[in-house]
Ligand binder design. Structure first.
Ligand SMILES: [Zn+2]
Length: 240
């Protein structure tokens, strides 16, 4: 096989390995980002719980004041009853007392309902805080592990990248340029096998005559559809 093609095959192998390292690092970073997001979401939910509790506390104060007013009004009207002369005044006071009693009962029920809601929101916030705390501890442990794992991958990537640079330096400038262009435009895959007359990059057929040239491997052949650099590997046909 043409030496240039064989170097390109090696270069593609190395670049695929580097892409794998990059993906692995990204996955690890994404895992941490997901955990951080989950904690941030819970912190927002806790804040919402606390804001809702503050609102309910204010409502409770308002209703309590209303409740106390109603109680005071009943006492005041009851005292007034002893001083009124006419039955019409008496009836009017009785009506006011009835209304205030009704309000007294309503506000009491409201107060109970509000207190229940406050309790529920407080409990919810507590549960979220506990979950958050647990997730933060886990994140701290994971951060150390992930940092170590990433450092390991990076050091492997560094040595492979060095190999890549050495190999790339051996290639002709124009060929390397084409290869790099294909690598970036064709999803990290610039050099592909041709199996049974089919390009393994785009899975389109190669004209038979061109496939024969690819088999010979004496000069560089590009896929007529995706322009990737094609090569042929004997054992693949044996297997097939
Ligand atoms: Zn193709």
């Amino acid at each position: 096989m043409n030496e240039e093609i064989s170097k390109l095959i090696d270069l593609q192998e190395i670049d695929s390995e580097i892409a794998g390292f990059n993906r692995e690092i990204q996955d690890r970073q994404q895992e941490i980002a997901d955990r951080e997001q989950s904690i941030a979401d819970k912190e927002t939910a806790i804040e919402e719980c606390l804001a809702r509790t503050a609102e309910l506390e204010q409502k409770k104060r308002d209703v309590t004041a209303e409740h106390e007013d109603a109680g005071a009004r009943i006492k005041e009207r009851q005292n007034k009853m002893m001083q009124v002369q006419t039955s019409r005044e008496h009836q009017a006071l009785l009506k006011e007392i009835e209304e205030s009693k009704k309000l007294l009962k309503e506000t009491e029920e409201q107060m109970l309902a509000i207190m229940e809601q406050i309790e529920e929101k407080t409990r919810e916030a507590e549960e979220l805080k506990n979950l958050c705390q647990g997730e933060k501890e886990l994140l701290n442990q994971e951060l150390d592990k992930v940092k170590k794992a990433i450092r390991k991958i990076e050091s492997r990537r560094k040595s492979v990248t060095k190999k890549r640079d050495e190999l790339a330096a051996e290639l002709q400038g124009a060929i390397l340029k084409r290869y790099n262009m294909l690598l970036s435009k064709r999803d990290g895959l610039a050099v592909v096998q041709a199996i049974d007359g089919v390009c393994q990059g785009c899975f389109m057929s190669i004209p038979p005559q061109q496939f024969n040239e690819v088999r010979k491997g004496s000069k560089m052949n590009l896929c007529p559809t995706c322009q990737r650099i094609l090569y042929f590997k004997e054992e693949e046909t044996v297997e097939a």
